[in-house]
Write a protein that binds this ligand. Structure first.
Ligand SMILES: *[C@@H]1O[C@H](CO)[C@@H](O)[C@H](O)[C@H]1NC(C)=O
Ligand SMILES: *[C@@H]1O[C@H](CO)[C@@H](O)[C@H](O)[C@H]1NC(C)=O
Ligand SMILES: *[C@@H]1O[C@H](CO)[C@@H](O)[C@H](O)[C@H]1NC(C)=O
Ligand SMILES: *[C@@H]1O[C@H](CO)[C@@H](O)[C@H](O)[C@H]1NC(C)=O
Ligand SMILES: [Cu+2]
Length: 590
């Protein structure tokens, strides 16, 4: 049997009295001094946001917009024709991607979700949103809620404490890859100027057979699955000319955008793939990268940007090429994935300078697909709001040796244990019942249980020591409830020490790649009590249990009475409905 080892270590250290921590508070006071000069967010002053700006510490300061923004989402089963091929799918409000959820930094966001599917539960996660003191609305079935039963509704509610680009998606099994996702955009300041916001650009791989069928084939018979094609913002063309398949009806369209010469456009790149990395570029144009995930960065210029599953990059493109038609390239990275794609080069869209033009571009590119699944170079990802990790001195170690095994059952395991959640018994329910022991397959790590301090940090080190074939796979690791500070991301084995950790304003985000045969060390501040999932964002691997949970400051987790009522009601309805449900749980649950 091929086994592999993943080491996980949580260190808790006080940063209160360290030089780094003093530097940190200096940053905050500089920023407060700047708050006295309010200015307006315009194409020539994008760093401004009223009394706030890109130097505001958004972990500690949230504008009071005085607004509550409310949305209604309907979760539906139906058929989709994204590229000229008709197949069953699941959608928010009948479309894939679903309707945009847009709010301003500082708004209170309220989203009412109704499950209008006939035979499955659901739950909606707000990817990358910090859900500060709102753990119960994080949308993870088996962790923060019971699934919403068919016919039932649940209202999610949280304060928008960040700004930038992301997506909302179902966190129930493989549903997001069946179409259950949409844009989640929080307006705020930016670190470079632009004229127009072109909105989200989703990079997606797409299968012509439902993922649940592929899952069954894989789990039951070991049949390898290839994705069929790629989509940009949910659409593409697909060649049906030689197909006798009645579902191949043809008539798909490519993503197109129109540029006006001299203008600068903001594009919000979001990787929503099941299992694909992309190298995004636009022929004849440079990209100025201004944010990674929900973190504004010092702008840098590049010809292309590498985007792993769950990650986002906001880029500004200046329309400064000779007017004409240009290919925009998703750039599916061939060397990276564990899953193949039958049409890897199909991820293209068109940028036109003349809106009347209908011809295909003739532009070319010299950008090559990389030979690895690396993230963007660490040195490029410099957060604009500079924050350091407190010195990791007092090494209170949770020494967790984690085993990563790919068994005959196709499960990934952490510490020899593959995540399997009981939808009827979410972690939070156990927390409310004052549980001190959690089931082994919940892969629970308790952090800072009794003594919560905002100044304390934890570090998670994940080693990818998997042997041979399985060790060759990189995993995009995503955190709920926190941005993390990437203190190490190396392709070599970890030496067990923290000496080389980069703690001075390292890249900060919510999704980063765990390199094959190497390790990833992520620091985060213990400022958000709750049960938070940490998982590989390859949907397939998440279903196969490659995840763990933190219960952070358990004794400080609290929930308001009306929220508790909704939480309990959702569990009650789910319990009634799931008794005899047509599709029993057959994966980790996430
Ligand atoms: C989604 O659909 C529901 C029910 O059909 C509707 O009330 C709601 O306005 C729609 N939401 C959006 C954001 O379009
Ligand atoms: C419900 O989910 C199961 C997988 O758990 C899937 O096989 C089935 O197709 C889904 N039902 C519908 C009607 O989409
Ligand atoms: C992982 O294994 C180590 C040592 O075997 C143990 O101390 C630790 O509690 C385990 N962690 C989890 C999350 O089960
Ligand atoms: C859990 O502990 C809290 C605080 O000690 C107490 O108020 C509550 O009743 C307990 N809940 C249960 C279900 O035991
Ligand atoms: Cu993975």
């Amino acid at each position: 049997m091929k086994t592999s080892l993943l080491t996980l270590l949580a260190l808790v250290a006080s940063s209160a009295a360290t030089p780094a921590a003093r530097g940190h508070s200096r940053d905050i006071s500089t920023q407060q001094a700047r708050l006295t000069k309010p200015c307006k967010n315009t194409p020539t002053s994008r760093h401004c946001w009223g009394k706030y700006n890109t130097d505001t510490n958004y972990y500690t300061t949230t504008p009071d917009s005085g607004r509550t923004v409310e949305y209604w989402l309907s979760v539906e089963e139906g058929t989709c024709n994204q590229d000229g091929y008709v197949r069953p799918c699941m959608t928010f409000n009948g479309t894939m991607p679903g309707p945009p959820i847009v709010a301003n930094w500082g708004d209170q966001l309220v989203v009412h979700v109704t499950n209008n599917m006939k035979s499955n539960g659901t739950a909606v996660h707000w990817h990358g949103a910090r859900l500060h003191h709102s753990n119960e609305w994080d949308g993870v079935p088996g962790v923060t809620q019971c699934p919403i039963a068919p016919g039932e509704s649940l209202t999610y509610e949280f304060r928008v404490t960040q700004y930038g680009s992301s997506w909302y998606h179902s966190h129930f099994s493989l549903q997001s890859t069946e179409g259950l996702f949409g844009p989640l955009i929080f307006h705020g300041p930016a670190t470079a100027n632009y004229d127009e916001d072109l909105g989200p650009l989703f990079l997606q791989d797409w299968s012509h057979i439902p993922t649940f069928e592929a899952w069954e084939a894989k789990q039951k018979w070991g049949i390898t699955h290839s994705q069929t094609t790629t989509l940009l913002n949910g659409i593409n063309t697909f060649d049906c000319s030689a197909s006798s398949d009645p579902n191949c009806v043809g008539g798909g369209k490519k993503f197109e955008a129109v540029f006006e010469p001299g203008k600068k456009y903001r594009l919000r790149l979001i990787n929503v793939a099941m299992d694909s990395q992309w190298r995004f570029s636009i022929d004849g144009h440079k990209l100025q990268v201004i944010a990674n995930d929900f973190v504004p960065i010092e702008p840098y210029e590049t010809d292309s940007v590498l985007i792993n599953v769950g990650q986002r990059y906001d880029v500004i493109v200046e329309a400064n090429a000779t007017p004409g038609d240009y290919w925009l390239r998703g750039g599916w990275v061939k060397s990276c994935q564990g899953v193949a794609n039958e049409h890897p080069d199909s991820a293209t869209g068109i940028i036109r300078y003349d809106p009347g033009s209908t011809s295909d571009p003739t532009s070319t590119t010299t950008i090559e697909s990389p030979q690895s699944c690396d993230d963007e170079p660490q040195t490029n990802l410099v957060p604009r709001l500079k924050l350091d990790v407190g010195t990791i001195a007092d090494t209170t170690v949770e020494d967790i040796n984690v085993q990563l095994t790919h068994t005959a059952l196709f499960q990934w395991t952490i510490n020899s244990s593959s995540l399997v959640l009981d939808w009827n018994e979410p972690t939070l329910k156990r927390v409310f019942d004052n549980a001190s022991i959690f089931p082994t397959p919940y892969n629970m790590v308790e952090v800072d249980k009794k003594n919560p301090h905002q100044d304390e940090w934890a570090v998670l080190v994940i080693e990818n020591k998997a042997a041979a074939f399985f060790g060759g796979i990189a995993h995009p690791i995503h955190f709920h409830g926190h941005d993390f500070w990437v203190v190490a991301q190396e392709k070599t084995p970890w030496d067990g020490t923290t000496a080389s950790f980069q703690t001075i304003n390292p890249p900060r985000r919510d999704t980063a790649m765990l390199p094959p045969h190497g390790y990833l060390a992520l620091a985060f501040q213990l400022d958000n009590p709750g049960a938070w999932l940490v998982h590989c964002h390859i949907a397939w691997h998440a279903s196969m249990g490659l995840a763990l949970e933190f219960v952070e400051s358990q004794d400080s987790i609290s929930i308001r009475k009306p929220h508790r009522k909704a939480f309990d009601e959702t569990c009650k309805k789910w319990s009634q409905w799931s008794d005899g449900a047509p599709y029993p749980q057959d994966d980790s649950g996430i």
